[in-house]
Design a protein around this ligand. Structure first.
Ligand code: SF4
Length: 182
């Protein structure tokens, strides 16, 4: 990405666009199984030019590492985050409380968020939801992204699956630099 390098080399670290990112995507071992989802292109092509604000909403909610896997379930009372293996595990309130606190404490000049697809917390449009019989009934946003979009309706939210080649990374980077200068 040499052309972008030339443009952005003049930017000091504290002048780079602030972009939130799901912690597992930068290689932090914060997933429910103690693993990560390191994303090569994000870390090689984007990280040098962005001031990344790394966060794991589930760790912030105190769910621990490792932790029982959860998924979203549509119930009469709304969306719940329930254990996949432990059906009586309900962490909805903990996740929603942490998500609201996190979105309040985000830097005001945050221009975008890169999130992990399909996650019950971080997914943006791709997170499956189920009924009580485990039948998938839809796809949508994870609980953290719902809170994020409510608190910051104008923020750009993109899943890592949309940054699948250098051209898409370049376009996203240009969008971030434009937004940070508004
Ligand atoms: S997807 Fe989100 S909640 Fe899940 S491990 Fe990654 S940062 Fe944490």
């Amino acid at each position: 990405m040499s052309d972008l390098s030339a443009i952005h080399l003049t930017k000091q670290r504290n002048q780079q666009p602030k972009v939130g990112i799901s912690a597992c995507l930068v290689g932090n071992k914060v997933r429910y199984d103690g693993g990560d989802k390191y994303h090569q292109l994000i870390n090689k092509e984007l990280s040098p030019w962005l001031d990344l604000q790394v966060i794991c909403p589930e760790v912030e909610a105190g769910l621990g590492i490792p932790r029982p896997p959860i998924h979203l379930v549509e119930d009469q009372g709304g969306t719940r985050a329930l254990g996949i293996e432990h059906k009586d595990l309900d962490v909805t309130d903990r996740l929603e409380t942490a998500a609201q606190q996190l979105t309040k404490s985000q830097p005001q000049d945050l221009c975008a968020y890169i999130v992990k697809s399909r996650s019950p917390s971080c997914g943006a449009g791709s997170t499956p939801s189920y009924d009580l019989t485990n039948k998938q009934v839809g796809t949508g946003d994870g609980l953290f992204v719902r809170a994020l979009k409510t608190a910051h309706p104008n923020i750009v939210v993109i899943e890592e699956s949309s940054l699948s080649d250098t051209q898409r990374c370049k376009e996203f980077l240009e969008q971030c630099y434009l937004l940070s200068e508004l």
